[in-house]
Design a protein around this ligand. Sequence first.
Ligand SMILES: NC(=O)c1ccc[n+]([C@@H]2O[C@H](COP(=O)([O-])OP(=O)(O)OC[C@H]3O[C@@H](n4cnc5c(N)ncnc54)[C@H](OP(=O)(O)O)[C@@H]3O)[C@@H](O)[C@H]2O)c1
Length: 291
Amino acid sequence: MSSERSSVTVLGLGMMGTALAGAFLAGGHPTTVWNRSAGRGDDLVGRGAVRAAAVGAAVEAGQVVVVCVRDYDAVRETLEPVSAALAGRVVVNLTSGTSQEARDLADWAAGHGIRYLDGAIMMTPQGIGTPEAVILYGGEQELFEETRPVLDRLGGGGTYLGSDTGIPALYDVALLDIMWATLNGFLHAVALVGTEKISATAFLPFVTGWLGGVTSFLPAMAEQIDAGEYAAHDATLETHLSPLGHLIHESRARGVDVDLPGRTKAMVERAIADGHAFDGYARLIERMRGR
Ligand SMILES: NC(=O)c1ccc[n+]([C@@H]2O[C@H](COP(=O)([O-])OP(=O)(O)OC[C@H]3O[C@@H](n4cnc5c(N)ncnc54)[C@H](OP(=O)(O)O)[C@@H]3O)[C@@H](O)[C@H]2O)c1
């Protein structure tokens, strides 16, 4: 896109679509918006967006068509009836889904002459347009570079992950995996200390400090995983087993659920039973891989 003021159409004005359209407006792009149901987008229109009555008219108004609806079924319901109008245009799909859904949609787009990029938004609507916004993209590199001046309006610079349109969705769930594991650990730990009337807020500074320490383990673990070499450089799996037992004992004694630590302990015990007692924690990757 040579012009920094390319026209943009946003399909879907839920919380995220509204934030995306707002960022394009803030960047000075002529912005057309469409939503399946009436009653959304008044604020955007007040800020200069044009509301299209039909998806076909919306698509025809934008050089770049950004789609952000509930799921890929909704994307197809929206795009398939207007495939002819989309031919030759750029479609950037920022709806969450699976890698297979993204690849299938990219194939469908290619079959209709639609220039397609897939993206995964790793940010809440409030963060769109800020430097902290993380959005991951996949698709033809030339198309990404061409569309970049528009996409950069969403903040953070955007990260291009390669030509495979399925990879952003895979990164999306993998990063959410880390988020849920961390949140679950936090909630369990807070339930534990809460049995002594220690509030979550009082415990929080210890958590944030500890998380920094835990993060510092990751580069060495990543190297071990990539090398397939798991020798313990700090603590062996056998050393991990004993405090895991303490965690389960302490939880049970206080009436706190032991499901999560129980699963971790079972993984460690299994690796030890398989002869890996003196390996480090990175050995558990083999279990995660289902081996
Ligand atoms: N919110 C976040 O923090 C966040 C973060 C990252 C990614 N995302 C992703 O962004 C996408 C949108 O999320 P959101 O937060 O904006 O959700 P939302 O507020 O619930 O809005 C959903 C949008 O999808 C539309 N929609 C649903 N079914 C449709 C269909 N069959 N045909 C056409 N439009 C349909 C809705 O239109 P109606 O008004 O007509 O129902 C609405 O515009 C999701 O894939 C979500 O996972 C969201």
